[in-house]
Design a protein around this ligand. Structure first.
Ligand code: ZN
Ligand code: ZN
Length: 97
């Protein structure tokens, strides 16, 4: 039964490579150079683990070469809609308090 997870991670890596080859613009910070993919709907919340439509480019452990953020870490496992609302509301508070 060891084969199943091997197959899954191989399929995931293949899909990730093809997504990043097509577009490596990070869904979190908007800069290019993503080296990872993130699930738009987390698998834990019923998202498809290996589905092109549920995966998007994001900066992984190496961080963003442009802004230095570790986007995948920052986003965590929140769904993108919820996470980007947090980012947006943070931006609203960027002015003087
Ligand atoms: Zn990023
Ligand atoms: Zn960035």
């Amino acid at each position: 039964m060891a084969g199943r997870s091997d197959l899954t991670s191989h399929a995931y890596r293949t899909l990730r490579a093809s997504i990043l080859a097509e577009d490596d613009t990070c869904i979190w910070c908007g800069h290019p150079g993503s080296d990872a993919t993130d699930h738009l709907t987390p698998v834990a919340r019923g998202g498809a683990p290996i589905d092109r439509d549920n995966l998007a480019p994001i900066h992984g452990v190496a961080g963003c070469p442009t802004c230095g953020r570790k986007c995948n870490n920052e986003k965590g496992t929140r769904p993108l809609a919820q996470a980007s609302r947090l980012v947006t509301s943070r931006d609203w508070y960027a002015g003087p308090t």
